[in-house]
Every structure is written in C-alpha cells, then in structure tokens.
Design a protein around this ligand. Structure first.
Ligand code: GLP
Length: 242
C-alpha cells in the first residue's frame, strides 16, 4: 500500500484530483470507479475546476459508481444517483450513456446485480477505483460481517451505518435499510485503487485497514491484498498509524 499523508482535507482533495486527472490524461477512454459520501466532494469540486480551466476532458471516460441505496428512486435528493449528477456529472463533459450507477428501483434485483457486473466487464474493467471508507471499515456498502460477497449484490445496512448516514436524511427512519453495492471482488479487480479518508473518526478504520489482519470484520483490510492501492489521508485520519 502506498500511503500519502496531506495536512488537511483540501490538500488530499487536490492531490486526489491530480491523480484522477492524470489517469484521464494518460488514458482518455479510461473506466473510473466512483464513490459517494462527503469525502470525495472536494475531489469532485477540484475535477470540475480543472475541467472548467480546460485541463482535463471527460468526453471518452466511462464511470461506474460503487453503490446505491435500495429501494430509492434516482430523483430522490439522497440517492447516490442524484448526488453524482449534482456534485460531478452535471458540471463536466462525461457522456450520459457512459455513466453507470446501480439502479435503486430494479426488479428483480439479482438481474440488476449480474447485469452491473457484465457492464463493468464489457467496458474492459475499472482502471481506477476511488473509495471512501466507513467508520466501521466498510468500502462501498460492504459492511463488516462474518462473510463478504465477491460480486455486486443487495446488502443489509448495519445499524451504525444507518445512524451515520442519517445526517443526510430528514430522519433516521427515512434511511433505506438496504443497498446495492459492488462486491469486494469487484473492487479488488480494479487495476488501481485510490482510497480517501479525512478526519479523526476514520483513524481507527484506517489503522485496521493498513496494519490489521485481513478480516471480513474490516472489509477495507482486503485492500492489503491488492497490488496497487494508494491511501490519501489527512493528518487526523492517519493519526493512529504507527
Ligand atoms: C457511505 C458510502 C461509502 C462511503 C462511506 C463514507 O456509506 N456507501 O462509499 O465511503 O459512506 O462516507 P463519508 O465520506 O461521508 O464519511
């Protein structure tokens, strides 16, 4: 694992944008795996600014998002679909037909999951996957459990995740109890992985990810088995690394 520590959130957001932009410049038709949550917001803000300055062109890029709540309609303000359009896609020149997110209203859900896997494979696989991390060590919505799913699947959210994510909803009761997510194997198949973490509430999960045993109780620890992972951390998120 390559670990890069920045002073603060702004610094890691700028560095993350440079890494993503470099990927797109080197390989204009690359496949990006994208994440939601508050952590990548700074990265997306920087990418939009770079696009506006004419420094990066997304016209040939294909994107696959990690996850989506289930059930949720794409126009729901807390859907990851809505989030991605609001915070990135509406402001850059990625082509609508090249944008993919799991469909939070799909029926039957198993067909949606296998189709998502097929589409990723048909696009040639993910070149660079951006990840955040949950306070409990989840990546995408692969929650700590005695087992993990390898491929895209429907999953039950943990109570702690529902609580943490309720800050974006009117109330905790409104948070969907399930989600569609790429599996741990889907994520590990990406050629390169860039995980961002900021703030002291992520420090414990980062310590387990980097220095703990590889265990399904910390899904991010599986990143230790991948040959090309970069962790971009601010000082607070890196505070417990020995
Ligand atoms: C959500 C998402 C994850 C994200 C995590 C952390 O549950 N499914 O992909 O990494 O939360 O979110 P935040 O960046 O807001 O801390």
């Amino acid at each position: 694992m390559r670990i890069i520590i920045g002073e603060n959130y702004d610094e890691i957001s700028k560095k993350a944008a440079l890494i993503v932009a470099a990927q797109v410049i080197l390989q204009p038709d690359c496949v990006l795996g994208l994440a939601t949550g508050s952590t990548p917001l700074g990265l997306y803000r920087e990418l939009i600014a770079m696009y506006q300055r004419g420094e990066v062109d997304f016209s040939k890029v294909t994107t696959f998002n990690l996850d989506e709540y289930y059930p949720i309609t794409p126009d729901h303000p807390q859907s990851y679909h809505y989030f991605m359009y609001q915070n990135l896609f509406n402001h850059i020149n990625v082509q609508p037909e090249n944008i993919h997110l799991p469909n939070g209203t799909a029926e039957p859900v198993e067909a949606e999951c296998s189709n998502y896997e097929r589409m990723i494979a048909a696009a040639g696989g993910i070149d660079l996957q951006v990840l955040g991390i949950g306070v409990n060590g989840h990546i995408g919505f692969n929650e700590p459990n005695p087992y993990l799913h390898a491929r895209t699947h429907l999953t039950d959210l943990k109570e702690e995740t529902i609580k943490v994510n309720s800050r974006f909803f009117q109330s905790e009761a409104e948070v969907p109890r399930q989600a569609l997510t790429m599996g741990i194997g889907t994520i590990l198949k990406a050629r390169r992985i860039l995980l961002l973490a900021s703030g002291e509430n992520k420090a414990q999960a980062i310590k387990k990810t980097v220095q703990g045993l590889v265990t399904t109780e910390c899904p991010a620890s599986f990143l230790q088995t991948h040959p090309d992972v970069t962790l971009l951390l601010d000082r607070e998120a890196a505070a417990l690394l020995g």
